[in-house]
Write a protein that binds this ligand. Structure first.
Ligand code: PA5
Length: 452
């Protein structure tokens, strides 16, 4: 099988000669620190060799659970937020028919995502949609206490039990959570739900290859064995023993740090030319944003869907502040074939394209954009993916995870914590008068009164 290919030449031309090689020693140290678990955050390294540790029996257990849900549900709601939903959402969107809502012939349940916001309209509309439907729930929360997910689970559990009866509901509610603690675990134990454990040593944003991602992906009808095989392939390709120049994760980590530290490129834009990859960029943004944005440092992870966003962000990218670079995920071959149609009147003047694959036009848009943006001072990292399927998405996932671990260590931060995400929660709980937050409540209310 082929591998995804990384090409950093058009980024390196913006750096001094030898700049990337200059990172070799630091990259080696970062890799050793990951392997020997001597880096900060070393209790969260369970993702490092996770792909090769996933057994066939475990895949079979997940598949069996997915099959039960698939045969008993018209719709399955995946309740989770952040790392507890983005991986599954990214893979399912990338592999699904873009019009799955309309073309679903009933052979697959509709997979819905909730618990990732507190929108009253969203939740009301969701519960209205599920009314009278045979639906199941996958409740995903490592801590088991996340407000968005807990609220959603309360609503859905009640509705599922009312619509299917308590006994039937038990068969179609699954919890993916901590082995022992948290409300999700307590509810699962009390009600007797099927459960899967999120390993202690795997953080949310690195958890897509645990049941957090694998179960929803299997429920959507995709081949999780192939996904894991792809990740295993990349685990080998990015191994510490692979020479620096041939190791894609090492190269990507070095180049992006070179751009950031040496020429002030502070924003990385993840670009795709396939709308199905929109949520893959969202997953990547969380992975890199939460891992690197701390201690006043970190490349800002942004994303664009091209060519769509060339008509909105293209101007900024071409001529705005020169603090950006692009990483393009390019799919070599589409899964379907469509030719540019003839039009006798040729009013749009596009008959010169008649008979060409639509993808050829897309590829020329990609190439033209690359050249223009490079001319405009935007370094370009290129990742070529043979096709959009489970195997290559598995490769992409592991590649970005490994590079993220190395890159965060090059930046000299702990890539595996996220202390900053607690600040808003503390304020929210204080404002909502959560028991235990009395002192914060007083302080925040005083502050708001003074600022009014
Ligand atoms: O990466 C992370 O750790 C976070 O994004 C979490 O996944 C997110 O906050 C959800 O947390 P939990 O799974 O505990 O509900």
């Amino acid at each position: 099988m082929e591998k995804i290919k990384l090409n950093t030449k058009k980024a390196e031309q913006f750096l001094k000669a030898g700049a990337v090689e200059g990172f070799e020693e630091k990259v080696k140290k970062a890799q050793e620190a990951l392997e020997n678990a001597t880096c900060e955050g070393n209790d969260f390294l369970g993702w490092l060799h996770l792909p090769s540790e996933i057994s066939a029996d475990f895949i079979a257990e997940l598949q069996q659970c997915a099959d039960t849900l698939r045969s008993n549900c018209e719709a399955i709601v995946v309740a989770g937020i952040g790392g507890s939903y983005l991986g599954a959402k990214a893979v399912i969107e990338a592999l699904s028919n873009s019009f799955q809502w309309l073309v679903n012939d009933g052979s697959n349940p509709t997979i819905l995502f909730a618990g990732n916001n507190i929108g009253e309209d969203y939740l009301s509309e969701l519960t209205a949609y599920l009314k009278g439907k045979k639906f199941g729930v996958i409740n995903i929360s490592k801590s088991g206490t996340t407000t968005e997910t807990a609220l959603t689970f309360r609503l859905l559990k009640k509705q599922c039990e009312e619509q299917r009866g308590k006994e039937e509901a038990k068969k179609v509610i699954v919890a993916i959570t901590d082995a022992k603690k948290g409300a999700a675990r307590a509810a699962a134990t009390k009600e007797g739900y099927k459960t899967f454990v999120i390993p202690d040593n795997v953080g949310g944003r690195f958890s897509v290859l645990t049941p957090v991602g694998l179960l929803p992906i299997a429920c959507a009808g995709f081949d999780i064995k192939k996904l894991v095989e792809g990740a295993v392939e990349m685990e080998k390709a990015c191994d510490i023993n692979v020479p620096f120049a041939e190791n894609p994760a090492a190269q990507y980590a070095a180049v992006r740090n070179g751009l950031y530290q040496e020429v002030g490129k502070k924003i990385e834009i993840m670009v795709n030319y396939q709308p199905k990859l929109h949520f893959f960029s969202e997953w990547w943004k969380q992975l890199y944003g939460e891992s690197e944005g701390k201690e006043g440092k970190g490349i800002f992870p942004a994303s664009c869907d091209f060519t769509t966003d060339l008509h909105s962000m293209g101007q900024w990218i071409q001529e705005g502040e020169r603090t950006i670079y692009e990483t393009v995920i390019s799919i070599e071959k589409p899964n379907r074939e469509l030719l540019f149609p003839n039009d006798e009147d040729n009013l749009d003047g596009l008959n010169f394209l008649v008979g060409k694959r639509v993808d050829e036009v897309n590829k020329m848009a990609e190439l033209g954009t690359r050249l223009a943006h490079i001319d405009g001072g935007v370094p370009n990292i290129h990742i070529s993916v043979p096709k959009l399927d489970e195997y290559y998405i598995g490769q992409l996932i592991y590649f970005f995870e490994k590079a993220c671990g190395i890159s965060g260590l090059l930046l000299e931060v702990n890539p595996f914590n996220q202390p900053g995400v607690e600040a808003y929660k503390r304020n929210m709980f204080a404002l909502l008068d959560k028991p235990g937050y009395e002192e914060d409540s007083k302080a925040i209310k005083k502050r708001l009164a003074e600022e009014a």
